[in-house]
Design a protein around this ligand. Structure first.
Ligand code: DC
Length: 216
């Protein structure tokens, strides 16, 4: 069983995906972290995130390195991630990794048998797993997503103006949605979940009901 979850940054999709994985004994893959790792490795090597050569070399090295999650969430890496994600060679390298994960999900840490995979990103229901058993497209208004991101940055001690965070959110949406390859968009058969006015618990419950219905 594969659950594909797409949507823009700070829509709540990552939290929903993690909670669904716990609820249903699924392995979880946050595919944004693959693009973030690629960006991190390019920057670390002093390369250019817009260069297909630099970025695809970094993408090939992704599976070999464990990188601390905090280091992947800085503004610099976040910005570079949406640049490497627009490069076809990078996406081609990362497709196999994602499909292997979904088709043969790794064992769960707690020892329960793994029953499927939840994979979240931007193109999971459209390109990576067009035949996924359940597809969700999670969204929220740009202002609400900027508010969440602003709080997250503040908690991490990265001071930023709200107006700047909002501008970053909109710029990244624009880059992710307008690129030629695998743009961010809902699959025609995706369930749409707008979390603008929902608590994380309410959003999770809505997602859980949709996935549970697919089991029946
Ligand atoms: O979800 P995130 O913010 O961690 O994603 C980081 C970047 O990677 C973001 O700019 C979108 C891109 N991305 C993508 O193009 N395709 C995916 N499946 C996942 C993320």
């Amino acid at each position: 069983m594969i659950v594909a979850i797409d949507g823009p940054a700070a829509s709540g999709k990552g939290t929903i995906a993690r909670k669904l994985a716990q609820e249903f004994d699924f392995a979880h893959l946050d595919t944004g972290s693959l693009y973030r790792m690629t960006a991190f490795l390019v920057l670390e090597a002093g390369g250019d995130p817009t260069s297909p050569k630099d970025a695809s070399a970094a993408a090939r090295a992704v599976a070999d390195r464990l990188i601390d999650d905090e280091a992947l969430r800085t503004r610099e890496v976040t910005d570079a991630a949406s640049k490497v994600a627009a490069i076809p060679e990078v996406r081609a390298v990362l497709v196999d990794y994602q499909r292997n994960f979904g088709n043969s999900p790794p064992a769960l840490a707690g020892g329960s048998p793994v029953k499927g995979a939840v994979v979240d990103g931007r193109d999971i229901g459209t390109v990576i797993f067009p035949g996924a058993d359940v597809k969700l497209y999670v969204s929220a208004s740009p202002e609400e997503r900027a508010r969440r991101r602003h709080l997250e940055l503040r908690d991490r001690g990265e001071a930023a103006e709200f107006a700047q965070v909002l501008a970053d959110v909109k710029a990244r949406d624009e880059r992710d949605a307008s690129r030629d390859i695998s743009p961010m968009k809902p699959a025609p058969d995706a369930h749409l979940l707008d979390t603008t006015d929902l608590s994380i618990e309410a959003a999770f419950e809505a997602a859980r009901d949709i996935v549970a219905a697919a089991f029946k």
